[in-house]
Design a binder for this molecule. Structure first.
Ligand code: E4P
Length: 220
């Protein structure tokens, strides 16, 4: 499973890259706003300089012709930009046109397997089911991902599934067990993936035991 980081923060992206498992980046207008950015183009360019993997940049237009125009401008920033469009009827129309022009599209704000089926049929390179937001309203986000994987496997669609709106390591674990292509993970959750109290306790004990003999005068 590929690891994308779900952020527009350059330091978080650099840190994740230093761990050696940065396969791509997803952003959205809310993540850009969190960084105080109103025109995302410079930031997308900077992010594309930090990874060769796909970098999702979301269009703000809502009608198909405007989406196509904006998407092409974003795609021109760097070869690894994937334009993010909402799963709406205009979004699907724009996706078909962009896919025919070999522009990689990530269809976002997906909350049902049928929306994901439409994304694949439109030719999206990626689909982003939002698991956390479904869990938030008492639904089962990961069950949706399971259904999407079944449909895509049945019909051999090539659209890659990005498990998005990830809230916890449990989402990452379930995505991996289900065989999702990609999980896009907030920086705070990436930190939690490596953490275990027994790892910390075990390391402290190893170092303490080593110090005991290292500090002893050598026997003659
Ligand atoms: C990524 O592509 C999505 O925009 C993001 O994961 C949404 O996450 P949120 O539901 O925590 O805002």
């Amino acid at each position: 499973m590929k690891f994308f980081i779900d952020t527009a923060n350059l330091e978080e992206i650099k840190t994740c890259a230093s761990y050696g498992f940065l396969d791509g980046v997803t952003t959205n207008p809310s993540l850009m706003a969190k960084e105080g950015i109103s025109d995302q183009r410079e930031r997308i360019k900077a992010i594309c300089g930090l990874t060769d993997g796909p970098v999702s940049a979301e269009v703000l237009a809502t009608e198909a012709p405007d989406m196509i125009k904006e998407a092409k401008e974003l795609a021109a920033i760097a070869p690894n930009v994937a334009v993010k469009l909402p799963l709406t009827m205009p979004g699907l129309t724009a996706t078909k046109a962009l896919a025919d022009d070999d522009v990689a599209v990530n269809l976002t704000l997906v909350f049902t397997p049928l929306q994901a089926l439409l994304a694949a049929k439109a030719g999206a390179a990626f689909v982003s089911p939002f698991v956390g937001r479904l869990d938030d309203i008492g639904s089962d986000g990961m069950a949706m991902v399971g259904d999407i994987i079944s449909i895509y496997t049945e019909y051999a669609f090539e659209t890659e599934i990005i498990v998005a709106s990830v809230r916890s390591p449990q989402h990452v674990l379930k995505a991996a067990l289900m065989g999702a292509d990609i999980c896009t993970i907030p920086f705070s959750v990436i930190g939690q993936l490596a953490a275990h109290p027994l790892t910390d306790k075990g390391l402290a004990a190893f170092l303490a035991d080593h110090r005991k003999v290292a500090e002893k005068p050598a026997a003659h």
